[in-house]
Ligand binder design. Structure first.
Ligand code: MLT
Length: 266
């Protein structure tokens, strides 16, 4: 599949830090972290293929294609190695990049994501959702996601929740459908994480209904990663608890800056 040139925010200077958003959002999901980190780091935050202001070609995407787009955005900037943080779908893309170009990844942060493929039922549901979304638009998908995205603490009428709703509504239906099909066909990444010899952190919302804390704990163990649980957050810790999430990113990056590899594999 051809590379898609991604709409990419590139802000700040220093160690390159890639922030990948989940489905069906865009890079502005990370707005608080971009502002907080870019005085000290070069933050690269693309809109993945099919999302935000990036092109949304027709057809099914794949995790490999999504990862190759991000690697190409780094090539374009002459960035050989970076720390990658991936939220949910962005985590699946990070794990694909780990398979495709491990030398390009200095460390990983996995946020509200997991390494398992879809179950057969979930896969079928994704494919149906892709068909419906392509035919009817984002409204049903955005509404159904609003019901499961947040911890009970967050008022669904609050500005951050409504901004997330608007972000989903802006996603191109054909792009969302392509990403749903990519998620339906994504491979198991357990072995990828087990084989990865790099510093890793798992950041999990304590009240995430999409990726449960148990799953996050298991992933942290198999990736030899530290685990940060964000209290009062569901699937979108960077929006629900921006300061705590930024603090988790900073702590991980700070340890790397000092040459630390918080949990080195031997
Ligand atoms: C996401 O936030 O990217 C999605 O919840 C991922 C998924 O549906 O598996």
């Amino acid at each position: 599949m051809d590379i898609v040139k991604l709409h990419t925010l590139d802000q700040g200077a220093g160690m390159p830090v890639v922030l990948l958003h989940g489905f069906p959002f865009d890079h502005t999901l990370w707005a608080a972290q971009i502002e907080a980190l870019s005085p000290a780091y070069r933050v690269i935050a693309p809109d993945l293929r099919g999302h935000g202001r990036s092109p949304a070609p027709e057809g099914a995407y794949s995790m490999d294609a999504l990862a190759d787009d991000v690697l190409a955005a780094l090539d374009e900037r002459g960035i050989e190695r970076a720390v990658w943080f991936g939220h949910s779908l962005g985590g699946y893309v990070t794990m694909a990049a780990l398979r495709r170009a491990p030398a390009r990844i200095a460390a990983i942060g996995l946020v509200a994501t997991h390494p398992h493929p879809d179950t057969p039922d979930k896969r079928l549901q994704r494919i149906q959702s892709a068909e419906l979304t392509a035919a009817k638009g984002m409204s049903d998908l955005a509404l159904s996601m609003m019901a499961v995205l947040f911890a009970p603490e967050l008022d669904r009428q609050s500005a951050p929740a409504q901004a997330v709703y608007a972000m989903m509504q802006r996603t191109a239906p054909v792009g969302a459908a392509g990403a749903l099909r990519a998620m339906a066909d994504r491979p198991d990444s357990v072995a990828t994480l087990q084989a990865a010899h790099l510093p890793a952190v798992v950041i999990a919302g304590a009240a995430d209904h999409i990726v449960s804390l148990d799953v996050a704990e298991d992933m942290a163990a198999l990736a030899n990663a530290s685990l940060v649980t964000v209290e009062g957050a569901g699937h979108l810790p960077m929006i629900e608890q921006p300061d705590a999430t930024t603090a988790a990113l900073r702590a991980f990056l700070g340890a790397l800056d000092q040459g630390g590899t918080r949990h080195p594999r031997t």
